[in-house]
Each structure stands twice: as C-alpha cells, then as structure tokens.
Design a protein around this ligand. Structure first.
Ligand code: DGL
Length: 274
C-alpha cells in the first residue's frame, strides 16, 4: 500500500523550516505542506494552554489539506501539545521534535553532561530533561533559555556579531565551571540551528552541537513505513507554504532556514481562527 497525500508540518514561524529541510533530504518524493504561525510567534514565552490551543488550530488547518501525518516542528509545541494532538486526532500519526532531539543528544555525548538550549516555555516544562533521563538515566542535563535567539533568527541575523554576543552571554553560566560543563549541546528550538555557527564560534571545537532535524526526519520516515503511508509516485515531492502573517517576509527570510530560496508566490496567507 502507499499514500500520496502530503505530510503536514508546523511551527510558530520559520524555525521549523530547519526540520522541513531535513525531511526534504530524507524523503525526496513526499509532498510537504508547511504552516508557519508567523502572526502569533513567539510561542516560547506563552503558557502551555495557549500554545496547545494554537497547535490544535494549526493541526486542524493542516487536516483541511488532507495531510496523512502531522510533524510538530516546534519544540515548544511538541513539549506541551503532542499528547492532546495525538489523542484528539487518533489514529493520525503525530511526530514531535523533543524525543528525537533528546536521542541526538544522548547519542553524541561522551561525558553524559548534556546542555539544552531552548525557549523559556520548553525549559520551564522540563520536557527535554525528562526525555533525556528516560533514554539515559545517568545523564546530567542543564538547560538554558535563550529567548532572544528566536528574534535574531527570524530577523535573519543568526550569523551576525550580535548573535555571537547573545550566544556568549547565554552560554556563560553553562560553561563557567569546567567540571560541570556539557560536552554536547542540544539546540532544543527549531529556530536555533541558524545560529549554530555563532554558537560554535563562542564554544570552540570541544562541544558537539546537535539538533532534532535529522533524527526527526528519520522518525517520520520510520512512521511512514510503519503505517504504510509512503508515497510511491516516484517523482520529486513538492513544498507548499502557509503563513498567518507577512508571506513576503516569510519567503525572503525563510530561505535561510530552509537552505533553498522560497518563491513568494508559493506562500499563502491564511487565518487560523476561521
Ligand atoms: N521554534 C520554536 C521551538 O522549536 C519556538 C520559537 C518560538 O515561537 O518561541 O521551540
């Protein structure tokens, strides 16, 4: 059996395009629909109830496009909403990014000291610490909220000197004591991979940076197989973009996250409250 319907992917803004990029590389034949809730970004400073309500609306919108699976390409929404989404829309497969990100961190660490950079909400909820502990109970997890990174990434300033300054300030508490410093940092927000060069410049070569994009793409591929949902049309898959505000801006800056230019005409303005 096969299924030619698209995979639905959403995030608060453009960060999830780092996951879309990995999905495109892993699944070249699948059609992908990406929804960026740009009107309501950031999610990372909002309450769990608000983010869950937004995530349910985004999923409802994607289901109007008849998607066969939903990928929550946002750590903040994955941390709080994966349970409610999966329950409300069962048997629709719903894949989040926190567990794959935790798996990438556990696979990379040599010292069992793992740092997690994420939004305030993800840090406060502790989803990464729980996911890492369940995979590696001996691991020590330290978290740091980096709210400003989201704004810098959305502004397209992820590789500027200002990003390095912000990274130096956020990272200082994690690395001030060599005895407890992590050897692996999980970029626990899908916006953060565009700041990876700035973060790496501050840290040097001794710390491994990982994110959830590749491991999430693998989890999606595994779930497609398990549910018999792979397409077999054999031609290159398409991408379609939905944004809740400023589609022109989404196309202009989104290419930095997706790694490929986004045509403004392929971005549709939508209203999630309708
Ligand atoms: N990209 C989102 C994440 O992975 C959050 C950014 C935000 O809206 O605060 O957590």
């Amino acid at each position: 059996m096969s299924d030619a319907r698209a995979i639905g992917v959403f995030d608060s803004g453009m960060g999830g395009l780092t996951v879309l990029r990995a999905l495109r590389a892993q699944l070249p034949h699948e059609d992908l629909i990406y929804l960026g809730d740009t009107a309501r970004l950031p999610y990372g400073t909002k309450s769990a109830d608000t983010v869950t309500a937004y995530a349910l609306q985004a999923t409802k919108q994607l289901l109007r496009h008849d998607v066969k699976m939903v990928v929550i390409a946002c750590n903040t929404a994955s941390a709080v909403a994966i349970g409610p989404l999966a329950t409300q829309h069962a048997p629709l497969p719903v894949i989040g990014v926190v567990e794959p990100g935790a798996r990438a961190g556990v696979a990379a660490t040599r010292s069992n000291r793992i740092g997690v950079l994420a939004t305030e909400s993800t840090v406060k909820g502790g989803a990464y610490a729980r996911a890492i502990s369940s995979l590696a109970p001996e691991a020590h997890v330290r978290q740091q909220a980096c709210a400003l990174f989201v704004a810098l990434a959305e502004e397209g300033w992820g590789t500027d000197a200002i990003a390095e300054d912000a990274a130096a300030r956020y990272l200082k508490p994690l690395f001030s004591d060599p005895a407890t410093a992590p050897d692996t940092l999980v970029l626990g927000c899908t916006h953060f991979p565009v700041l990876a060069p700035a973060i790496a410049k501050v840290l040097g070569n001794d710390v491994t940076l990982v994110d959830s994009a590749a491991t999430t793409a693998q989890a999606v591929a595994d779930a497609l197989q398990a549910h018999d949902l792979m397409t077999d049309h054999g031609t290159a898959g398409s991408e379609r973009f939905l944004a809740t505000d400023a589609p022109e801006r989404f196309a202009r800056v989104g290419g930095l996250f997706f790694g490929t230019d986004i045509d403004e005409n392929s971005v549709e303005l939508i209203d999630l409250q309708l």
